[in-house]
Write a protein that binds this ligand. Structure first.
Ligand code: FAD
Length: 421
């Protein structure tokens, strides 16, 4: 029997992970991407693999905090002001989702999904073709300076304990012992020993090489511009190369641009881009050992493969290029408040990278089949956790499309939860 031809639109971490498991499930997989797959959101992110992140972005308290952040030009959160029905609908659903009930329902699922993904990453890191991806299980440190933030972190630690996640509140002295090279100026930290990290660009390149070797086809520098349909099926994919591509299954994994692709198929989804920035330096002499989030500043710091990556900011808006230098300065200015000896002078000569987190209103991804188009499915909307959730998403969508029993109950991820899909 000939293999079913499946096209994945988007070669970020979600598209490539899906390609891996769908190819193993017996599909003839082609990945179509408009870039040369050397850069983009899945390359410049902080590389954290985070079972610790079981609280979805839409959670109680976030609205008040978000409104306060909007007042400061260098704060970690911003909404680009504009008249947009899409944005209004997104914000309304975000507001409705930011409830204790939503967190109680979602937290065990996010934990299970992230833990599954971590195990799959661990397995990748042991494969021959994945040497040097920098996969390490050193945990994640949330450093805080204020009593208010300490209360928030203690609250998270309590929730973690209830869910069976290892989490420790540490004194300033105990944190200092974990980071002997750094002159820390903090009140304490929350340490999650079970988190992991890797170097995303190396992983993305190793993954492409391995996929090509497995027989996955890549159409790079090829933008998908539309679809031809026949009844309730997609028949052809139209691209910038001009030649229609006949298809049997389409998986959209277009990150923050998935919404534009789906609009052409008349299945609108609620999705906003959360722009963020990162700067990658050759590791300074005194470098943190453990991936860290500066809790008040919401800045992520990851030592990866001899380098140090510093990232942050979430600007909610359309996925459009442009660097807001005040927010980049906000990221960099936060560093000396926590570290007395982190030499970041090289940042002046280092280009700033920008990426777009695909954000859903309830902080859960969209993974599943379309009801309207029989051969369309979707895997996107992973927001701040797309790198972390890549492999588990790939495996889950392969189980859904090959009609084997999913390893987790993915009902909460159904793409039509805010409207028909
Ligand atoms: C500063 C920052 C730090 C982050 N840190 C972390 C972290 O530590 N851990 C974590 O888990 N997550 C992190 N994230 C989030 C993570 O990077 C994203 O969730 C993830 O990369 C999204 O992957 P994706 O495959 O869905 O989308 P993308 O990587 O954006 O891939 C989508 C692809 O679709 C292609 N595409 C779109 N439209 C078309 C079209 N019409 N035709 C052809 N191709 C198309 C694009 O070219 C792109 O390659 C961070 C994000 C940022 C910005």
């Amino acid at each position: 029997m000939s293999q079913e031809r499946l096209h994945i639109i988007g070669g970020g971490i979600i598209g490539l992970s899906a390609a891996w498991y769908l190819q193993e499930a017996g599909f003839a997989v082609t990945v179509v991407d408009r870039t040369s797959l050397d850069e983009g959101t899945s390359f410049g992110n902080a590389g954290m693999i985070v079972p610790s992140h079981f609280v979805p972005m839409a959670s109680p308290g976030i609205i008040k905090k978000g409104l306060q952040w909007l007042l400061f030009p260098d704060s970690p959160f911003y909404i680009k002001p504009r008249l947009s029905l899409d944005l209004a609908k997104w914000l309304w659903q975000f507001y409705r989702s930011a409830t204790p009930k939503h967190v109680t329902r979602s937290a065990p699922l996010l934990l299970e999904f992230n833990s599954w993904s971590k195990h799959l990453y661990r397995a990748f890191s042991k494969l021959e073709g994945f040497a040097g991806v920098g996969y390490e299980e050193k945990g994640l440190l949330m450093l805080y300076k204020t009593a208010k933030q300490e209360r928030e972190e203690r609250d998270i630690a309590e929730q973690a304990e209830q869910l069976g996640v290892d989490a420790k509140i540490l004194s300033a002295e105990a944190v200092q012992e974990l980071e002997p090279e750094m002159a820390l100026d903090v009140r304490g930290g929350l340490y999650f020993p079970s988190d992991a990290h890797l170097a995303p660009p190396i992983f993305m390149h190793r993954m492409q090489t391995a996929l090509r070797a497995k027989g996955v086809t890549f159409l790079t520098n090829t933008e998908v511009t539309g679809f031809a349909t026949d009844g309730n099926r997609i028949k052809n994919i139209h691209t910038s190369t001009g030649r229609p591509i006949p298809t049997e299954q389409v998986l959209i994994a277009g990150g923050s641009w998935s919404k534009n692709l789906l609009r052409q198929l008349k299945v609108p989804i609620l999705l906003q881009a959360g722009k963020g920035y990162s700067i990658t330096l050759d590791a300074p002499e005194a470098t943190p050992r453990i991936p860290t989030i500066l809790a008040e500043a919401k800045v992520a710091i990851t030592p990866m493969a001899g380098q140090l990556r510093i990232g942050g900011t979430l600007e909610l808006g359309p996925a459009e290029n442009g660097i807001n230098t005040r927010r980049v300065k906000g990221i960099l200015d936060s560093l000396p408040r926590y570290y007395g000896n982190l030499n970041t002078s090289a940042t002046e000569k280092t280009p700033v990278w920008q990426g777009f987190r695909p954000c859903t209103p309830d902080g859960l991804p969209y993974i599943g089949r379309s009801q309207k188009w029989r051969n369309l499915s979707l895997a996107t909307g992973h927001g701040m956790m797309g790198l972390s959730l890549g492999p588990a998403t790939g495996k889950l969508i392969s189980q859904i499309l090959s009609e084997t029993k999913p390893s987790i109950d993915a009902t909460l991820f159904t793409p039509d939860r805010f409207g028909p899909f």
